[in-house]
Design a protein around this ligand. Structure first.
Ligand SMILES: Nc1ncnc2c1ncn2[C@@H]1O[C@H](COP(=O)(O)OP(=O)(O)O)[C@@H](O)[C@H]1O
Ligand SMILES: [Mg+2]
Length: 252
């Protein structure tokens, strides 16, 4: 069964009447990593927000483990919120600037696992920092006292603390320097190898998507152009648009 899927999703923004998505159906299987690639404004982030339940589709349905997310209530809704995690482009914007990083990591634990003692929460926070390659000493710092790459590792750590089924990563390394980008991508690869977490990996960078994902959904003007197996993209690409993306990324 797929972890996260949608059927015939369309999105029209009320304020400007703009149709950002038209008739999108797709699925992310258990443990799979699906990339969404396409030029700026093609609807990637809108699709990610709808799949993650942050925005409502104008038409169509989103399913989490086969259930319509608009009908989830109580503990099921909470579980969906906890098990579908987000990583955005700007890690510092995703943290309260007045909190120490210890509190950044502990707060969602306290909300989602209220039975944990303070000591247990600190233990989990310290363990997860090791996983993402950060020293415990940063727990006393504030978000503005660490680098962008470190901040993105903290955001990844915070997502992992929720034991997610799916991580929706929207341009999550786009703001980082190339060398740091590579380090964070290696960390994400490592997480994939160690756990069964699925990813929806949104990026305008075809090369990154091919490096990280199993399948890729190519989008243009709010529609799916085609779905391709990443390791067969060059052989299988049918649309002129995908061929153009490949040419842009790798030359002829
Ligand atoms: N809240 C909104 N209100 C109106 N239009 C929006 C809103 N969010 C996105 N759009 C428009 O929808 C289109 C797709 O945006 P987006 O999903 O952010 O694309 P991408 O992530 O591929 O760059 C763009 O034309 C954008 O201007
Ligand atoms: Mg976007």
């Amino acid at each position: 069964m797929s972890i996260l899927s949608c059927a015939s999703v369309s999105k029209v923004f009320n304020d400007n009447g703009f149709e950002a998505l038209r008739n999108i159906s797709m699925e992310v299987e258990d443990g799979e990593c699906v990339g969404i690639v396409g030029e700026s404004g093609s609807g990637k982030s809108t699709l990610g927000s709808i799949l993650g339940g942050l925005e409502k589709p104008t038409e169509g349905t989103v399913f989490y483990r086969g259930k319509d997310i608009s009908k989830l209530k109580g503990t099921e809704r909470k579980a969906f919120r906890r098990r579908v995690q987000y990583i955005f482009q700007d890690p510092k914007g995703a943290m309260n600037p007045f909190f120490t990083l210890a509190r950044v990591l502990k707060e969602p634990l306290a909300i989602n696992f209220p039975d944990l003692s303070d000591e247990e929460m600190m233990e989990r926070a310290a363990d997860i920092l090791e996983k993402v390659g950060l020293p415990h000493s940063i727990l006393n710092l504030h978000p503005y006292e660490i680098s962008g790459g470190e901040a993105q590792r903290v955001v990844i750590a915070r997502a992992l603390l929720m034991n997610p089924d799916v991580i929706i990563a929207d341009e999550c390394v786009s703001a980082l320097d190339l060398s740091i980008q590579a380090e964070v991508m290696n960390l994400l690869r490592h997480i994939r190898e160690e756990s069964n977490v699925s990813f929806l990996f949104i990026s305008h960078d075809l090369d990154l998507v091919r490096y990280f994902c199993d399948r890729v959904c190519v989008m243009l003007h709010g529609r799916i152009v085609e779905f391709l197996q990443c390791d067969r993209m060059v052989e299988d690409a049918k649309s002129e648009y995908t061929r153009m993306l490949l040419r842009d990324a790798y030359g002829e």
